[in-house]
Design a binder for this molecule. Structure first.
Ligand code: F6R
Length: 604
């Protein structure tokens, strides 16, 4: 989704800071980019394509100025063209605006502005904003008043930053789209002077500061030789300064070819971080603070994509502990059984900003339910709007495909059920298994034959993934991971469902990845399903431990160490992440930024 960066106080380094910030936001997904600088004059440079194209365009233009804004655009209104890229200008080229989100009433605003004589250069919803500001300036409003009154005309979601010729600094506003302010060298909430940043996400400016302020919906900020944050009435607000706990290096590739591979290999550390200080094996206790007092009569999960798979897994954990629980795709939550007052609605989201999940959680709030965000992003909208938050502590995830955050989500929902609804008997079994997990993941990473399996099957027509119980969400996740980064067809199924239809598609060019853990009933039945597909000529890759006898029937085996069936889901998933990565890599795909996808999906 679109990304915003802005800065002031960086002197001659302003332009490079902005371009570099945009590079740091590339992971969000985009198809065009642009920069605007304001100094003695206001100038912009923008282009369809990637940041390398923007750099090339900047080579033939000399942009100078001490305050600036930059933007990566992910098209929603109009195709990715130079004209539709941000910043957008008013009729006099003296107001430049970047925007993330959707302005729902832009058509009526544009019609009105056109009737007033304004001309438009793009198909975007955003372009109404500089023209609205221009109208205010024409009506002799101060730049700040013109900005505020333009924002008050907007309906929809936005993080907006503007520069105005002749007015110092940046004007920013937020509603339903993330926006964070960074306090750099010499800057405090009270300072006169210093370096200030704004961005959609902290990695854009993390190397310059670890001190941030999160803007809330309805808030405005002006950054010039100081920072002023105000509410919609203009009243000045005093904002808390937060410290970011991860380093700028954690947002680099550290020698890996892709962020995705680095993040797959970071899973042992991410899991340790998730569990650290929360698990006490000797006393069989789990410490997740005040959340422990939750004892919901029933639970509903809402989430999208990979996080939805974590939600399916979480719902099963609750059900196995005797608490009725369901997982809903957030975009379908409207059809859910309405939660009642004491129900718990849990939104799982890596970013904490996914529009569908946010809107489901807001609906749950309206219905009076207790809401909990399970997220990786401290200060995200879900974190701030939900009644409770459980952080997964995976560290920044840059690759668009979620990997280490899925592992973190599964670990976190284990902590949640253990702390709130599970008996001490299961704690005594699961806590040692959780302790073993980071080491077991490391073992899988060190010994995996996934690359060989990927070489063997990498040209197949289609790929199936099957699993039962806790392995069913992993089968869905394995298929999603493969299809999103390889662009090849892949489907995940509950192993028992194959015979009810999908078996018709199975042939010798359809490798079936069967997830089989332990020697219980589910494992035995899945071995039965392996035989079914083999009878139809399909090659089988068993992702399995020593306890199961699946390896005896499979054409290839990806081993995992023995663990409890529920925690083994994280281990089988690591093997499937590696298979997806290597198949996509062999096909030469754009692994970190797959086509048509975005890291943070802030539209419904
Ligand atoms: C797939 C992927 C997406 C996200 C989904 C929800 O690899 O990353 O399916 O899981 O867009 O995003 P979050 O977790 O940020 O709510």
């Amino acid at each position: 989704m679109c990304g915003i960066i802005g800065c002031i106080g960086r002197g001659e380094r302003t332009l490079e800071t902005l371009v570099h910030g945009l590079e740091k936001l590339e992971y969000r997904g985009y198809d065009s980019a642009g920069i605007g600088l304001s100094g003695e004059t206001l100038e912009i440079c923008k282009t369809a394509g990637d940041i390398a194209d923007l750099r090339a365009a900047l080579d033939s233009q000399s942009l100078t100025g001490g305050s600036g804004i930059g933007h990566t655009r992910w098209s929603t209104h109009g195709p990715p063209t130079d004209a539709n890229a941000h910043p957008h200008l008013d009729c006099t080229d003296s107001v430049a605006v970047v925007h993330n989100g959707i302005i729902e009433n832009y058509r009526s605003l544009r019609d009105q502005l056109r009737a007033d004589g304004h001309t438009f250069d793009s198909e975007t919803d955003t372009e109404v904003v500089p023209h609205l500001i221009e109208s205010g300036l024409n009506a002799e409003q101060s730049p700040e008043d013109a900005f505020r009154s333009a924002i008050s005309d907007l309906e929809g979601s936005y993080a907006i930053a503007a520069i105005i010729e002749g007015a110092d600094g940046l004007f920013v506003a937020r509603n339903d789209s993330p926006l964070v302010v960074g306090l750099g060298d010499g800057a405090t909430t009270e300072s006169e002077g210093g370096e200030f940043f704004i961005a959609s996400d902290v990695p854009a400016f993390r190397e310059f500061t670890d001190r941030v302020i999160y803007l809330e919906d309805g808030e405005f900020a002006r950054l010039d030789d100081g920072l002023t944050v105000t509410d919609h009435t203009g009243e000045q607000l005093s904002k808390e300064v937060h410290t970011i706990e991860w380093s700028a290096e954690q947002t680099g590739k550290s020698g890996y070819d892709h962020f995705m591979l680095k993040e797959i290999y970071e899973q042992p550390r991410a899991l340790r971080q998730c569990l650290r200080g929360r698990v006490e094996e000797q006393t069989a206790t789990v410490d997740i603070g005040a959340l422990e007092t939750l004892s919901p009569p029933s639970v509903q999960f809402v989430a999208c994509g990979t996080s939805y798979h974590a939600a399916l897994y979480g719902a099963q954990l609750f059900r196995d502990a005797g608490v009725p629980a369901q997982a809903f795709l957030a975009s379908e939550f409207a059809t859910a059984v309405p939660p009642i007052q004491s129900d718990l609605v849990i939104g799982i989201s890596q970013s904490g900003e996914t529009a569908d999940t946010l809107s489901a959680l807001r609906e749950a709030n309206r219905r009076g339910a207790n809401t909990l965000a399970v997220t990786n992003t401290v200060g995200s909208t879900m974190d701030r709007e939900c009644d409770h938050t459980l952080y997964i502590r995976s560290g920044p995830e840059i690759g668009v495909a979620a990997t280490k955050t899925f592992a973190g989500q599964l670990a976190a929902v284990n902590l949640l059920t253990l702390a709130t609804v599970e008996e001490s008997q299961s704690k005594r079994t699961v806590l040692p298994a959780l302790r073993e997990l980071p080491g077991d993941v490391q073992y899988v990473l060190d010994s995996s034959d996934a690359e060989e399996v990927a070489e063997h099957y990498g040209n197949s027509k289609s790929y199936f993934f099957i699993g039962r119980g806790y392995q069913f969400p992993v089968a869905l996740e394995g298929a999603l991971k493969l299809k999103e980064i390889s662009y090849e067809h892949a489907e995940g199924f509950a192993a028992g469902e194959l015979k009810h239809g999908p078996l018709a598609l199975v042939d010798s060019e359809t490798p079936v990845f069967a997830l089989v853990v332990g020697d219980g009933e589910k494992a035995r039945k899945t071995v039965g399903n392996i035989k079914e597909v083999q009878a139809r000529g399909a090659p089988v890759v068993a992702v399995t431990d020593e306890k199961s006898d699946a390896h005896r029937y499979a054409d290839h085996v990806l081993h995992i160490p023995e663990n409890t069936p529920r925690t083994a889901a994280i281990l089988t998933n690591v093997q499937l992440q590696l298979v997806a990565y290597h198949i996509a890599n062999q096909l030469g795909r754009s692994i970190d930024k797959p086509r048509n996808l975005a890291k943070s999906v802030t539209v419904e």
